[in-house]
Design a protein around this ligand. Structure first.
Ligand code: SAM
Length: 212
């Protein structure tokens, strides 16, 4: 279903600079409409963020593709995602062979997405908690990807990254952020690249924004 629409989305992603063939194939194979409300299925393959309820969104496909391309997960990599939301990004990482751990703070969304994963048969570890604290039990991670925008980079996430691992997180104010891409080069040293112009829902938590 929606095969032609997905092909068109791939062309848009290529035009915007997504070149990784594995990532493009994942966008062709993983059906985005399964992760959004039925009333919006007709918009699933337009390059826009969409509402998923509880004041949250599924991110714009280009943004998801950009972060996935930067992460470039390899088979068996352990990846922690903060902000499960609809589950679409988690499934793309899983499709690319990663062992995915994902944290969502909103309990209703957590329950809904857990049920969806059960129904679709995905084995992805989910947890309902404050993702700014990470998930220490399974650390260190080869990659940590944060899909909500925070005021700073949570120290726990930096600590839970494996040597050589990548942490990708939008940082800025509540409306617009810059993507910070950190690669761990030593115990507490990182090489950082910053890419401007992103807009995410707020990362709320102990090392994020306070509610309100
Ligand atoms: N990756 C998601 C997807 O594919 O649908 C994007 C979801 S949305 C842009 C970001 C999510 O981050 C929201 O569901 C929000 O509830 C969640 N969130 C915000 N702060 C969080 C925190 N501290 N820990 C875990 N999840 C958080």
């Amino acid at each position: 279903m929606y095969e032609k629409e997905r092909q068109e989305l791939i062309l848009t992603l290529k035009e915007k600079g997504i070149t990784n063939e594995r990532v493009l194939k994942a966008f062709l194979e993983v059906e985005r409409h399964l992760f959004i409300p039925q009333a919006l299925h007709g918009h699933a393959y337009v390059d826009n963020a969409l509402p998923i309820g509880f004041d949250q969104t599924i991110s714009q496909p280009y943004t998801v593709a950009f972060m996935t391309q930067v992460m470039n997960p390899q088979s068996g990599d352990k990846i922690l995602e903060i902000g499960t939301g609809s589950g679409y990004q988690s499934v793309l990482l899983h499709y690319l062979g990663a062992k995915v751990y994902s944290i969502e703070r909103n309990h209703d969304l957590y329950l809904r997405t857990s049920q969806l994963f059960d129904k679709l048969g995905y084995r992805i570890a989910l947890r309902c908690s404050d993702g700014t604290l990470g998930w220490n039990e399974f650390a260190p991670y080869n990659g940590i990807l944060v899909t909500a925008g925070g005021p700073e980079i949570p120290t726990n996430l930096k600590k839970q990254l494996a040597p050589g691992g990548k942490l990708i997180i939008p940082v800025g104010d509540r409306k617009s952020q810059q993507m910070h891409i950190l690669q761990k080069t030593g115990e507490d040293s990182f090489k950082t690249t910053i890419v401007p112009d992103f807009s995410f829902v707020p990362l709320i938590g102990r090392e994020g924004w306070k509610i309100g």
